[in-house]
Design a protein around this ligand. Structure first.
Ligand SMILES: Nc1ncnc2c1ncn2[C@@H]1O[C@H](COP(=O)(O)OP(=O)(O)OP(=O)(O)O)[C@@H](O)[C@H]1O
Length: 284
């Protein structure tokens, strides 16, 4: 890792590729994260950085703790130790109102969408607005309409219930809810799981265009090699309770670790990444 005399040894995450150092703004900095459930330690002394404006793909074997890490960052799962700074602030050190201010600046799309089934799409989108803002019903309706349009849903989806939507539409509706407060960081937990390849590619395109138009930073847990290839600027691999390596697709292909090798250089990976020498983030 590039040495920066201003950094102490815990400032640069282990396994991070050298090219990724420099002076990019870190919007999320996790250091020394340990999470355990009873005697089972899921994450141990884990470090990770998320840079402003990037799409970071987060991968790892099943059960390695990808969702646990995301939930820990969001303060939905308690940690044993470690610090998480978001926009330069240690979120555990903040008072309630300051923390809510930070939470307003991120949006979350949980696995399977997690919409409230008894609420319409419009009401789901308006939930975070009701929680965090004081807006008139008319303005909330206008905003919900805008979000519905933004994610490519037809206007008449507003009054539908989740059970009346296709899988792809549920994901889009959940994305519209995640965007309700105009977040700067978008957390996505396996956004393309359960979608057919065309639906998944469309969803990837949508994320890429939102990142472009809204200047979002995206943290995306995924198993989808196509997503890693088409929209991620950087990839982080979780294994052995920590981030094994973080960097470009080239860095992944060069990294000597059994799981990383079999994931990126296995049959599917080899087909997708054949002849690669330019790293991810390439469009088309
Ligand atoms: N609330 C909980 N209580 C106890 N154990 C938990 C809890 N949440 C997660 N775990 C355990 O933590 C480990 C990591 O789970 P996690 O869901 O983060 O894996 P993952 O990497 O997201 O897996 P997948 O790719 O299959 O979704 C698993 O062994 C899981 O059983």
């Amino acid at each position: 890792m590039a040495s920066d005399l201003a950094h102490d040894e815990h400032d640069v995450p282990e396994g991070e590729a050298e090219a990724e150092a420099g002076d990019r703004e870190v919007v999320l900095r996790a250091r020394g994260i340990t999470v355990a459930f009873g005697k089972q330690t899921v994450l141990k002394d884990l470090d990770l950085d998320l840079y402003r404006g990037e799409v970071l793909g987060f991968v790892g074997g099943s059960g390695t703790g990808k969702s646990v890490l995301m939930r820990t960052i969001l303060r939905l799962t308690p940690k044993v130790s470690g610090t998480i700074e978001v926009f330069g602030k240690d979120i555990d050190a903040l008072g309630d109102s300051e923390r809510r201010q930070i939470e307003r600046r991120w949006g979350v799309l949980f696995q399977m969408g997690a919409l409230f089934s008894s609420l319409t799409v419009k009401q789901n989108i308006q939930m975070p607005m009701r929680e965090h803002l004081k807006l008139s019903p008319r303005l909330m309706d206008e905003l919900a309409k805008l979000k519905i349009d933004l994610v490519g849903l037809p206007a008449n989806a507003a009054d539908k219930f989740p059970s009346e939507l296709s899988g792809g539409m549920v994901k889009r509706a959940a994305l519209a809810r995640a965007l309700a407060l105009d977040p700067e960081i978008l957390f996505l937990d396996e956004p393309t799981s359960g979608l057919d390849p065309i639906g998944a590619a469309d969803f990837d395109d949508l994320i890429a265009s939102l990142r472009e138009t809204l200047g979002l930073t995206v943290y995306m847990v995924t198993h989808d090699l196509d997503s890693l290839y088409s929209i991620c600027d950087r990839i982080a691999v979780l294994g052995e309770k920590r981030v094994l390596v973080a960097g470009t697709l080239d860095d992944m292909l060069a990294f000597d670790h059994p799981w990383v090798k079999s994931y990126f250089r296995g049959v599917r990976g080899s087909r997708l990444f054949r002849g690669i020498g330019k790293g991810p983030g390439r469009k088309g």
